[in-house]
Unconditional design. Structure first.
Length: 495
């Protein structure tokens, strides 16, 4: 009697790495990849994100050859019913997809749902670590991660004697147009990308952003090349200017690995291991390496687990009572409608490539939205739709918690916003801007400087009760032009 062949493995578009499809448990399985038109049409998304997802799926199907069944269908259920065999699947990365998969299991279309293998820490281990806690601090989680996975540890102590090298990684940009470092790895488009672009042109789907060259890895081999280029030529300069912004050098020394990581093309522990080896051998600075590892083993894992831990009600968090709809120019990614050089250029980056690094996200886009009281749920969806590395699990904690402080401090101790002085120090925008970061009132008053004090006034009760922000309230009370500033900002229409 012959042994029954194992059920095929169904992969979502963000489950493309060999640690998933070619793990020992799946070596004998066929792989099912479904390109669903309905999935792209269901919610608005950036044109270049759609390209990356489609290119990644099609490249993997081509790589796996006869082992893969590649389906193009209106919906996932249509393809699975036509397949005629139950499939095995790993837990998807969103609550909506997880509920759908469990429905398919009840219908017999899915035979087994396995844990998601694309993060260092399992969800069950996080739940055990978290216990009954409701408020969390990333630094506590990060140190536990370092100990658990023995990363940058010398016995029981952190390598170098410090857990955190943040204070070494906050240099303003140098007084030059670009960092002058080696370029990141760039992909070479092929026939698959050409066909993806042609197919996207014919789809009856409303995309945000514009078409452009593919900028991110979509195969495991490409992702390994991007990682090696970063480790070998760019990690050394990553740390010092990690929080700086340069108008003519949008990638600076950033790794550009968020897309391949979020497509599960690389396992995070493999990325971390390569970075740690560079620090151990002396080819990369410890401060730079620690900062990079913290982004992955700390922040990325933290955001993933809190997405599940906080649950669906987190999306309705709005502790600052912010209900302003996104203005049309912001929603439409229209940089030409904006005067402020920093905000205009950041919107242009989102429009043209669906990516800017974490400081423009937090301290320009997020800070602007916080000061103006944009609705946090609407803003979260905007970030998910318009960033090529934005997925359902990525944005709620990043936007509602970190950026907008809409969760009342469940995961961050204070709102993250600033006046124009911060942007002037950490970027090279202000020298060419029509606004003056030192001016609060007048035609050339910086909307971030004035907006900061208007925000502080609006939430003074909450801010003066927080030891990290109480001084701002005291400073605001000494402003002689506060009434004029509040009147100006109440009627500001041009940013």
């Amino acid at each position: 009697m012959s042994r029954r062949s194992p059920d095929p493995l169904w992969l979502f578009a963000d489950q493309l790495g060999p640690h998933i499809h070619s793990a020992p448990a799946h070596a004998d399985r066929e792989v099912v990849i479904i390109e669903s038109t309905a999935a792209f049409a269901r919610r608005r998304g950036h044109r270049q994100k759609a390209h990356l997802l489609m290119s990644g799926m099609r490249h993997l199907a081509d790589e796996l050859g006869d082992r893969a069944q590649f389906w193009q269908a209106d919906g996932y259920r249509d393809a699975l019913e036509a397949l005629g065999r139950p499939v095995v699947v790993h837990e998807p990365s969103s609550r909506a997809a997880s509920s759908f998969v469990h429905e398919l299991a009840e219908e017999g279309l899915v035979s087994e749902i396995l844990p998601n293998p694309s993060f260092a820490l399992s969800r069950s281990d996080f739940d055990e670590w978290a216990g009954d806690a409701d408020g969390f601090r990333m630094e506590t989680f990060y140190r536990a991660q370092r100990r658990r996975f023995d990363v940058l540890m010398d016995g029981n102590e952190p390598t170098g004697g410090r857990w955190n090298y943040d204070r070494d990684n906050r240099e303003p940009p140098p007084k030059q147009a670009t960092l002058g470092v080696d370029q990141p790895w760039w992909p070479t488009e092929d026939e698959i990308d050409e066909q993806v672009r042609a197919d996207l042109d014919t789809m009856d789907v409303e995309f945000s952003g514009v078409d452009g060259p593919r900028l991110f890895a979509v195969t495991h081999e490409e992702a390994r090349s991007a990682l090696r280029t970063f480790i070998d030529t760019r990690l050394q300069t990553f740390g010092a200017w990690e929080d700086a912004i340069m108008a003519q050098d949008w990638p600076m020394s950033h790794s550009l690995l968020s897309v391949p990581l979020n497509l599960s093309l690389l396992h995070p522990l493999d990325v971390i291991g390569d970075a740690e080896s560079a620090a151990r051998t002396g080819s990369a600075d410890l401060a730079a390496t620690e900062g990079f590892i913290r982004q992955i083993l700390g922040w990325r894992e933290f955001v993933w687990h809190l997405y599940w831990h906080f649950g669906p009600d987190y999306m309705s968090s709005n502790e600052l009572d912010a209900h302003t709809p996104l203005p049309a120019w912001f929603d439409d990614l229209d940089p030409d409608a904006v005067t402020a050089a920093c905000l205009s250029d950041t919107l242009r980056g989102v429009r043209d490539r669906g990516w800017v690094h974490h400081i423009p996200r937090l301290m320009i886009l997020g800070s602007h939205a916080l000061q103006r009281g944009y609705d946090p749920a609407e803003l979260t969806e905007w970030f998910r739709a318009n960033f090529v590395d934005g997925f359902d699990w990525v944005m709620p904690v990043n936007v509602i918690g970190m950026s907008q402080h809409a969760d009342g401090g469940r995961m961050a101790t204070k709102p993250y916003t600033s006046g124009g002085a911060y942007i002037s120090t950490m970027s090279d925008y202000c020298g060419t801007c029509d606004y003056n970061p030192k001016r609060r009132v007048g035609d050339d008053a910086c909307p971030f400087t004035a907006g900061y004090w208007a925000f502080t006034h609006r939430h003074r009760g909450r801010l003066e009760a927080n030891h990290r922000t109480a001084r701002s309230v005291s400073t605001m009370d000494r402003l002689k032009d506060l009434d004029a500033l509040l009147e100006q900002e109440a009627h500001r229409e041009v940013f």
